[in-house]
Design a protein around this ligand. Structure first.
Ligand code: SF4
Length: 529
């Protein structure tokens, strides 16, 4: 039995709370290896460097739904316990860093008092349920799934029938016409379509990225909104009972779906439900490429607007979030949302006060009209805090944004991800430009560099990025990307998207465009693998 399965069999991850006071009093040195495994069920990880004894703590924010007072609580925790740092993740959570063991109990208490939690935001269980950040307000929305997201969340959280799954399990549920929750890369991805009889939902299973990326597969069924919770439970049951518990590198749902194929999987789900599901052909995938909800837009509620604010790589601070809560309250907004693109939104802003709101947002450091590159970029945690990382990510993303904003403009949505290792938490495989951290040795000296993947995408453009066969030194990323994007502008056909260009162009051409921007030793630039 592997160490994680052993730890789970001895004591459920949810039971680690009874050890928290001991860990808080004794500090990291008092921790047993099993404590470290089980603390993840409450979103608590040791952070890099391990010897310094700090923790990362991840909140769980279903559907990204927050209030200004919840945001204030998060801001206060970031300031008091986390050196004022806060990172929004691609699953709509907010993470704290630099947390001392002694502060963990009070941190959790403060969150609970505000109606927030960290429960099962990590660990081998159902992670945060991702939902559309403009659910309930977007004029183009097909179905308001907020109540369903909460129902599914409440069913799984603290439910001991699902607190020991073979591995992590990710669910995305949306009624958004743009499929902004990325159902293609979740274990369960539920998204709407307009059928002859009204809005129905498709169910995709077995998506996930990491070192063996897979797109989820359509289960071949159409379900109504009332079926989303029971079908999600049945799928999780199949994974719990049939998933591999031996090899942690091969035990995500994607491997089970791949091994047993969709007809078997659908039957297994139906057996647990005790009824058949309506089988219908898969509707055409969506064409929409821009899935971020950024900028200021009218809501479907008359006289109100939402403001989508870009956070580069999801990085923000307690002080910034406090200022945002102030603005929300000043203008009567009671709803804040985090997004699966690492951004943050204020809802219900009065349209007739938008000039003042814009001014206040800008004065507080937020950009209500983000440039093309600020709309585009994602970044995972990276080497600053992540023990698996080989490269820095957040500050690299910031540097890329600063340079590209100044040097080039692109008139179509492009996604760029800066990811610190092959585990792909920054989703680089499905971005137009994916940058994966690596280390190269030149003249006996180790240097940080990034593998470049090109042409990833989702929806009708579903594809994993292909390796360009070039590793770019970190300091030259902006130069290489400017050259690549200039090449695209020079050579694109009519309205050809960047992704289509990457698929049409010969690999040598793409690699040549990246090399054109920099003059580095050939052995560094051509290093592959
Ligand atoms: Fe850490 Fe790698 Fe995940 Fe980034 S992709 S957060 S570096 S494990």
């Amino acid at each position: 039995m592997n160490p994680v399965e052993l730890a789970k069999s001895e004591k459920d991850g949810l039971d680690v709370l009874e050890d928290l006071d001991r860990i808080a009093q004794g500090g990291p040195d008092s921790m047993r290896p099993d404590d470290e495994i089980r603390l993840r069920w409450y979103g608590i990880y040791t952070q890099r460097p391990a010897e310094d004894g700090f923790f990362m703590v991840r909140t769980r924010i279903p559907g990204g739904e927050l209030t200004p007072s919840g945001l204030r609580t998060i801001a206060g925790i970031a300031r008091d316990f986390g050196r004022d740092l806060a990172d929004v993740t691609v699953r709509q959570n907010i993470q704290f860093h630099w947390v001392r063991a002694a502060h963990l109990p009070e941190l959790l208490e403060r969150l609970h008092a505000a109606g927030l939690t960290t429960t099962e935001s990590c660990g081998d269980c159902v992670r945060n349920i991702v939902g559309c950040a403009v659910s309930g307000v977007d004029a183009e929305e097909l179905y308001d799934t907020r109540a369903i997201v909460r129902e599914v969340n409440d069913f799984f959280v603290d439910n001991r029938a699902f607190s020991n799954l073979p591995r992590k399990f990710k669910i995305a549920i949306t009624g958004c016409a743009r499929h902004c929750t990325y159902p293609e890369v979740n274990d369960i991805g539920i998204s709407p379509y307009q059928s002859d009889s009204g809005v129905r939902f498709r169910v995709r299973v077995g998506g996930g990225l990491s070192t063996s990326p897979r797109f989820s597969r359509d289960l071949g069924v159409a379900i109504g909104p009332e079926d989303i919770a029971p079908v999600s439970a049945a799928i999780a049951e199949v994974f719990r009972d049939e998933g591999d518990r031996k090899n942690r590198k091969r035990n995500r749902l994607k491997f089970l779906v791949e091994a047993r194929e969709i007809p078997w999987f659908r039957e297994a789900v139906e057996a647990r439900l005790g009824r058949s599901l309506e089988q219908t052909p898969e509707p055409p995938p969506i064409l929409e490429r821009d899935r971020v909800h950024l900028g200021i837009h009218p809501q479907r509620q008359e006289g109100l607007a939402y403001a989508g604010l870009s956070l580069v790589g999801g990085r923000t601070s307690g002080s910034e979030l406090e200022r945002l809560a102030d603005i929300a309250e000043r203008y009567g907004s009671e709803r804040v949302r985090t997004t699966s693109s690492q951004n943050i939104l204020l809802l219900d802003l009065p349209i007739n006060e938008l000039p003042a709101i814009r001014r206040d947002l800008v004065n507080s450091g937020f950009d209500p009209g983000p440039s093309w590159i600020r709309r585009s970029i994602l970044a995972c945690t990276g080497i600053q805090f992540c023990k698996l990382a080989v490269a820095e990510t957040k500050t690299r993303a910031e540097a890329i944004v600063d340079e590209l904003e100044r040097r080039i403009t692109i008139d179509e949505p492009i996604r760029i991800s800066v990811t610190g290792c092959p585990n792909a938490c920054g989703q680089h495989h499905i971005c137009d430009i994916g940058l994966e951290g690596s280390v190269v040795t030149v003249d006996g000296v180790k240097q940080e560099a990034f593998q470049v993947f090109l042409g990833g995408g989702v929806g009708v453009h579903e594809a994993f990025g292909r390796r360009a066969g070039v590793r770019v030194p970190s300091e030259r990323l902006a130069d290489a990307l400017v050259s690549l994007l200039e090449g695209y502008r020079e050579q694109r056909l009519a309205t050809e998207t960047f992704q289509a260009f990457c698929h049409r162009a010969e690999p040598d051409v793409l690699a040549g465009l990246l090399r054109r921007g920099i003059n580095e030793p050939a052995e560094l630039l051509s290093a592959a693998g």
